[in-house]
Design a protein around this ligand. Structure first.
Ligand SMILES: *Cc1c(COP(=O)(O)O)cnc(C)c1O
Length: 420
């Protein structure tokens, strides 16, 4: 670790929270160089929904590599790309009565957010983007401009413009419908808020603290976007690809966004792959207007196709996620009510947050958990929420072991902090 610290920039972060050298991983278990087995409840912040080194997906990419098929071709046409789009269209989109065009962007989620914002501004000839308090959309300047976090905003060193922040669902407490406020502001010619090119939303805010938007709120926001001529964009980078139970996190509310942004678990294997789904009729790009060297990485397209074929051709996987999510939620709620302290459990599917209310409790608990063999991360404006993001393919025994470690760690933390 010391050699690593001497070489790597101070900006490194996860290697501080989880101080070990990780050499191998499979499914939900990571192995350190020292031979310690650790359960992974972080899953690359939602990138490893199908687990580490999923053997069935791996078989598809090893075969592809062995055949000398094209790995890099900029955005030239390849059988891998065609097969991905055809599979995604028939298995994911057609089954849900959705119709979209695919845009492959640079490999990061942030780059696909940039593309979504550019396209919205181009289509509507407006500049302003409505985004929400505690939202997170990535690290490039356009994406940070629509993200709430002051720490990241300040680090840019420039003034960020082009966005108006509105209160997310629940931001002003359970009795205030913040969609009413948004409606008032957008319909009022003198509100001081410019007509938006787009409304950009996460259905569950991942980095923001596992804040869950209700079906009704999301439907109101979508209807409002339509009413004021703005595009409705769902950032499904973290909550998509099955995390909330359905493939898209917005299915439960029957939304039909104008643009959907996907990345993280899209490749199914932790390989970088990002894309936009663009509603028919909104594809106003001129050829090459948003480009990039690594668009539609073929290896990642092959693993993405394999993941869809493996998990999304029938309902079994999705139902399993819902069921395991319920188990997790019940267990976490039992822990919350046993230990009092105003602890709260939030989330949907297998995206769950345990709000410790105090940053210190969350911090000590997750540190202890790592010592006991569990990787679990924190989120929220104060980092006060413990975020449960196990692989969707985790077995019940490992899931329960992880939850057990969390409970022990929390109990020890409370004993320690209360005796101080
Ligand atoms: C991770 C994330 C991004 C940014 O993706 P990068 O690949 O890190 O650029 C954007 N939006 C959400 C909701 C995310 O979770």
């Amino acid at each position: 670790m010391q050699a690593l610290e001497a070489l790597e920039s101070n900006v490194r972060s996860y290697s501080r929270s989880f101080p070990a050298i990780f050499s191998r991983a499979r499914g939900s278990i990571m192995l350190t160089e020292a031979g310690r087995k650790v359960i992974d409840f972080l899953s690359g912040a939602g990138t490893l929904n199908y687990g580490h080194n999923n053997h069935q997906i791996k078989a598809a990419i090893t075969e592809y590599l062995a055949s000398d098929a094209v790995v890099h071709g900029l955005d030239m046409a390849t059988p891998a790309k065609l097969e991905f789009m055809q599979t995604f269209s028939s298995v994911i989109l057609r089954e849900r009565n959705l119709q979209y065009r695919f845009q492959f962007t640079g490999p990061t989620g942030a780059n696909s957010i940039e593309a979504a914002l550019k396209l919205s501004r181009k289509v509507t000839k407006r500049q302003n983007i409505i985004s929400f308090t505690q939202g997170y959309h990535g690290m490039s300047l356009g994406a940070i401009a629509v993200s709430g976090n002051r720490f990241y905003r300040t680090a840019t060193g420039v003034s960020l413009s082009g966005a108006t922040f509105m209160p997310y669902d629940g931001y002003l407490g359970p009795s205030v419908d913040t969609a009413d406020y948004l409606r008032k502001v957008l319909m009022d010619e003198s509100s001081g808020v410019d007509c938006p090119a787009a409304i950009l939303v996460e259905t569950v805010q991942g980095e923001g603290g596992i804040n869950v938007a209700s079906k009704e709120w999301l439907q109101s926001v979508q209807a409002l976007a339509k009413k004021v001529g703005a595009l409705f964009i769902v950032d499904d980078i973290q909550m998509g690809c099955g995390r909330t139970g359905d493939f898209f996190s917005f299915e439960f509310a029957s939304l039909s966004p104008d643009i959907v942004v996907l990345s993280k678990s899209l490749s199914g294997y932790g390989l970088p792959l990002s894309m936009l789904l663009i509603r028919e009729g909104l594809d106003a790009w001129r050829p090459g207007e948003h480009t990039g060297t690594f668009r539609g990485n073929n290896l990642a397209l092959v693993s993405a196709t394999a993941a869809i074929n493996l998990y999304w051709r029938c309902l079994t996987f999705s139902q399993g996620v819902q069921r395991m999510g319920e188990l997790m939620r019940r267990r976490l709620e039992a822990i919350a009510s046993e230990h009092g302290n105003g602890f709260a459990v939030r989330g949907r599917g297998m995206a769950l947050g345990f709000d410790c209310q105090m940053a210190e409790i969350a911090e000590i608990t997750t540190r202890k958990a790592f010592e006991k063999g569990l990787i679990v991360e924190r989120c929220g404006p104060l980092d006060q929420v413990v975020k449960f993001f196990p692989a969707l393919t985790i077995d019940l025994e490992t899931l329960n072991q992880g939850l057990e470690i969390f409970e022990e760690s929390l109990a020890e933390t409370l004993k320690q902090t209360r005796s101080q």
